[in-house]
Design a protein around this ligand. Sequence first.
Ligand code: NAP
Length: 306
Amino acid sequence: MHVMSSPALRFLVLGSNGGLGRALARQLAGIGSVTAWTRKDLDLSCLEDIEPKLASQAFDVLLNPAGMTSPDACVQQPELAQRINTEAPAELARVCQKLGRRFIHFSTDYVFDGGKTTLWDEDDLTAPVNLYGRTKRAGELAVLEACPEALVARVSWLFGPDKSSHPDQIITKALQSAELTAIADKTSSPTFTRDLCEWVQTLVTSHRDSRGVLHLCNSGTASWQEWGEKALEIASRLGVPVRTTKLAPLALAECTFFKDARPPHTRMSTERFTTITGIRPRAWQEALEEHLRAMQAALAFSSTPS
Ligand SMILES: NC(=O)c1ccc[n+]([C@@H]2O[C@H](COP(=O)([O-])OP(=O)(O)OC[C@H]3O[C@@H](n4cnc5c(N)ncnc54)[C@H](OP(=O)(O)O)[C@@H]3O)[C@@H](O)[C@H]2O)c1
């Protein structure tokens, strides 16, 4: 457990070794005191530990970005996925309701079946196509049933400095090879964890009564191919010695290496968030440029063969 201090609101962040958890802990330390728990501090698979551990910790807002986030891992361990993505969030919500604390839980665009290319609203019918999505959707419902004041933030295709994601991985591969592929017929909105954390900060400080399901993502649509090619183009411009800026298209149907289905088109509308806050999320391309510039400045990309 590590504690970062400053005055005002007291935040308890779970999953703080994860990509979003780390970013949230850093961001919220600027406006309050943050207690950042990892799996070692609270193993969410031990449901009976949740209430005593939360009750022993002083906090005003609990944020839960922890989860079993790999669809293929979920299908290999379905009972564990159900416990981490559905039952643990339900228990966290129940305890927050009992203690009178605010609860912000994170969910996914994969609650949708991906069967339309127009934007998904918060009220659209959910119909997850894989076990990860089903356990996350059941988690959303259970959270809101146990704690109707909770906020369930659905996010999509995260990238940021705390965890390697598709653009970083493509750049690393392109240092070695010019023959690369990426899925071209699967779309959503890539989302910068730094932007996401700023939106969450606004919600916890200026819109404390926001509740229910809310979509949070950068604007614009991308396929994995477009997302990767944009990353390569930016990297090339920044002087990273990538060997190509092009990715050959791959069809989702050809991806037999996936162990469970993936929804094709899951780009979400953020109109509800804009109505609440007045904030219009910027385009993912602009956010990606900021991320890659910071990574390049930190010399995170290297042409040394691995
Ligand atoms: N990444 C994306 O593109 C994406 C897209 C849509 C939605 N989301 C949602 O956004 C949230 C954050 O995603 P992320 O990418 O930051 O996830 P992540 O990097 O995979 O982090 C998840 C964290 O959950 C922790 N965790 C797993 N099992 C646990 C357990 N039994 N007890 C306690 N902690 C446990 C992991 O701990 P360890 O570090 O110990 O393994 C990890 O730190 C998740 O709810 C995810 O469903 C993510």
